[in-house]
Write a new protein. Structure first.
Length: 285
């Protein structure tokens, strides 16, 4: 295209920039409308006990069903939602919907201890009224606070450590649990890990995926499990895709797993079958 315009490279770049800016703007206004139009859906993925295949809880994972494009993955719109602050109303909507849904499942399947995990972005974590907002949602939906686990990434809690610690304590004061998501990919120091009120570590998928092939990944997974045992934290391995990975994790005494091998994230209607079963088929053959 630059050649067609007689080598006017500046024009070429300006056009490119404009279209990118325009695309962003369009996406932003679409994202803004998506919530009002009811285009978001919460999917759920089971978190399973390695010991007996029982579903201990579900993680809420957001999906956007764009009328023309179809399903849009959160990795494509969450970064923009975070930048624009739209993640705050969207995140509150996810919390309300998923707390109500899990409470309903607890009653329907007589599973009063079924847990819910919800991802929190930095923009939400920074808000002074987050604990009050969450306490309200819990009261309205009647979900027990200790059955709600908020997932934070290492980067979310990395900013000002003192402030992060205070925020975490404000959250745990209302009774909710905290987990570190994608653990092992960030720079959270072990000192903070010990100090912060964190109940669970989720081993990042990149380590689980490589666990059989790469000795380094196996070593990291072992170390995280040992760390969790010694700090009194639960360990959840994310992204389990095969029986071989599952068996290895079992041998390493990892207690909770999540991944396509056990169950994909599914809409509420479809996950009922998995919830109705007493356990997922963990040990095959
Ligand atoms: P995450 O919290 O680490 O969620 C796990 C991601 O791994 C999900 O991607 C899930 O679908 C995917 N996954 C689960 N098992 C497997 C597996 O066996 N193999 C592979 N390849 N992938 C697996 P998803 O649903 O696309 O979400 C991506 C990220 O978007 C999430 O990562 C989370 O950081 C963010 N996200 C999703 N929903 C929300 C939300 O409601 N609020 C916020 N703030 N972030 C969200
Ligand atoms: Mg997560
Ligand atoms: Mg993760
Ligand atoms: Mg993540």
């Amino acid at each position: 295209r630059a050649a067609e315009q007689g080598g006017n490279r500046f024009q070429f770049y300006a056009d490119e920039m404009n279209s990118t800016a325009l695309q962003r703007l369009m996406l932003e206004s679409r994202l803004r409308r998506a919530l009002e139009q009811g285009e978001f859906v919460v999917y759920y993925q089971p978190i399973v006990s390695v010991a007996d295949g029982q579903i201990l809880g579900v993680e809420a994972l957001l999906r956007w069903f764009h009328p023309e494009i179809g399903m849009v993955s959160p990795s494509e719109f969450i970064p923009l939602a975070e930048e624009t602050g739209l993640i705050v109303p969207i995140g509150n909507w996810v919390l309300g919907v998923s707390c109500r849904q899990v409470r309903r499942w607890q009653e329907q399947f007589d599973r009063p201890n079924l847990r819910l995990s919800v991802n929190l972005s930095a923009r939400q974590f920074e808000l002074d009224d987050l604990p009050a907002t969450i306490a309200n949602v819990l009261r309205e939906t009647n979900l027990a606070p200790e059955l709600l686990e908020l997932e934070l990434t290492e980067s979310v809690v990395m900013g000002d450590a003192e402030e992060a610690e205070q925020r975490m304590e404000d959250l745990t004061a209302i009774g909710v649990r905290l987990a570190i998501d994608d653990f092992g990919t960030g720079y959270l120091s072990l000192g903070y890990l010990r100090r912060f009120p964190i109940q669970a570590l989720k081993i990042d998928r990149s380590f689980t995926t490589e666990i059989e092939r790469d000795h380094g990944s196996l070593t990291i997974v072992k170390a995280i499990i040992g760390l969790g045992e010694n700090l009194g934290m639960r360990i959840v391995a994310e992204g389990v895709e095969s029986q071989a990975q599952l068996s290895l994790l079992q041998a390493l005494r990892c207690t909770e797993v999540q991944g396509y091998y056990l169950c994909r994230p599914l809409p509420a209607e479809e996950i009922m079958n998995a919830l109705q079963a007493t356990s997922l088929p963990l040990i095959k053959g």
